[in-house]
Design a protein around this ligand. Structure first.
Ligand code: EPU
Length: 432
């Protein structure tokens, strides 16, 4: 099991390229199960979650020819319409095969994901959507079993905005009989990217990116090619890193229009932000002002950047509050940041950071993907050596993070962690 040894402080400078979005790649790869024809992907991020989903697709019967950033998925027949516990426990996004398998094979058995490091994360809304479309859904022995001879279009009104729930409903509805209307749909760019792919495969979809998505079911879908949208969370992580280290970084190959909630707040703290159509330059020097953020579904401030923002908040002048409204337990980075010298107080879903608090290097433990990114950022700003343990969390969702940061002047070394309890397989519950 690897760890990062970071020698700080660093002022990041230069250009860094954005990879494809993990959270778009996962539903898009699952969409390939909807047709017997090949679907070819480019701009996939070279991250472990993508490889895990490809493994699941192979288990189901797909042939997957993959390089680091491309893959062609062809599912002539469904061999095994299931997602076993071993795969779902390492990546809860495996539940994204529920919709496509139910639509294509008429029955599916998927292990229920348990809670994880950031919250309980039930999938009740996914299951309610399938029931609305006429599926019989049962929960037994830790598995979801769903059946439907052919799904019927339905009106699905989500009580809470759910990203993968919206995606699962979209995937199922493409082959259903009749019209599906998804209300209170997630508006995330990853949902839009899935709609773009499904349309290229012959689906009838409109309204993606708004609260109401309309899908007219078709008899069959066909071959397509698709380039995955750039990862706004990766780009945002490097933009925050630039401000935190008072650096000057151009994040290239991204979509600044997907990052407006972040860039508005970076400007508010006093960083200089310049955006073009596909790049973002963030520069900062000297003191930056405290600023409050509250996470919300897109287009609000992303929960997936909350931990990284918290690292930045430690360097801001004054009191910043950070309110987490999406997940109930996404503050596990706080105790680790405090070990590095941060002054952060937690009150329920509310964190209060008092700055500037000069950080010093320490041994810290990553608990989930974005918390790990926050600790790496803090390590870049901290004086001395920071050792971030359990970087396998980072490898799930950030492509070549240490190479990208070292290209900006960081000094990060990947080292093998000593064996011990953290190397016991299954010891840690993983997140996204
Ligand atoms: N929720 C329910 N019932 C459901 C589904 C969701 O109560 O059936 C609740 C959740 O517990 C949460 C809220 O609704 O409180 C929103 O959860 P959502 O379903 O939107 O999250 P998700 O689809 O499981 C995706 C991303 C997460 C990201 C969230 C929010 C993927 C694969 N994962 O998760 O990404 O944080 O949306 O934007 O797309 C990450 O990349 O680090 C990560 C955790």
């Amino acid at each position: 099991m690897d760890k990062f040894v970071i020698d700080g402080p660093t002022r990041l400078q230069g250009d860094v390229a954005t990879s494809g979005a993990k959270n778009a790649a996962l539903p898009c790869l699952a969409a390939a199960l909807l047709t017997e024809e090949p679907v070819a992907f480019s701009n996939l991020p070279d991250v472990r979650d993508v490889r895990t989903l490809q493994k699941l697709l192979r288990h189901i019967g797909a042939s997957v020819e993959a390089s680091k950033t491309t893959a062609t998925v062809e599912t002539r027949t469904i061999g095994s319409a299931d997602a076993p516990y071993d795969l779902v426990k390492t990546m809860r996004a495996s539940v994204l095969v529920l919709g496509p398998l139910l639509a294509r094979a008429g029955s599916v058995r998927v292990s229920l994901p348990g809670g994880c490091a950031i919250g309980v994360r039930p999938i009740n809304l996914h299951l309610a959507a399938f029931r609305k479309m006429g599926a019989e859904v049962e929960l037994e022995h830790g598995y979801v079993e769903a059946r439907a001879s052919r799904l019927s279009g339905a009106e699905i009104a989500f009580d809470t905005v759910t990203v993968t729930g919206t995606e699962n409903a979209m995937l199922a509805a493409t082959l259903a009989r009749g019209t599906t209307r998804i209300l209170n749909a997630a508006r995330e760019p990853e949902v839009v990217d899935l709609a773009v792919l499904l349309r290229a495969m012959g689906a009838w979809i409109s309204g993606e990116g708004t609260e109401t998505i309309l899908i007219e079911g078709v008899e069959r879908l066909h071959a397509a090619t698709h380039a995955i949208v750039p990862d706004r969370i990766e780009a945002g992580t490097y933009a925050i890193a630039a401000a935190l280290t008072r650096g000057d970084v151009a994040v290239t190959g991204c979509r600044p229009e997907h990052l407006k909630a972040l860039t508005a707040r970076l400007s508010a703290v006093g960083a200089s932000v310049e955006s073009s159509q596909d790049a973002l330059r963030v520069r900062a020097s000297g003191p930056l002002a405290a600023h409050d953020v509250e996470t919300a579904p897109y287009p609000g401030f992303p929960t997936d950047l909350q931990a990284q923002w918290m690292a930045l908040a430690t360097s801001l002048e004054g009191i910043s509050t950070i309110t987490e409204t999406v997940f109930e337990n996404r503050f596990q980075h706080v105790a680790e940041l405090v070990r590095m010298g941060a002054r952060i107080r937690l009150e329920g879903r509310w964190a209060v950071a008092e700055g500037p608090a000069p950080l010093t290097g320490a041994a810290v433990m990553a608990s989930d993907l974005r918390a790990s990114a926050a600790l790496v950022l803090a390590g870049l700003a901290a004086r001395g050596e920071t050792v971030v343990d359990r970087v396998y969390h980072l490898d799930r969702g950030y492509a070549q993070m240490e190479q990208k940061l070292n290209g900006l002047g960081a000094r990060i070394r990947r080292a093998s962690a000593p064996t011990g309890i953290h190397s016991i397989p299954g010891y840690v519950r993983e997140t996204p």
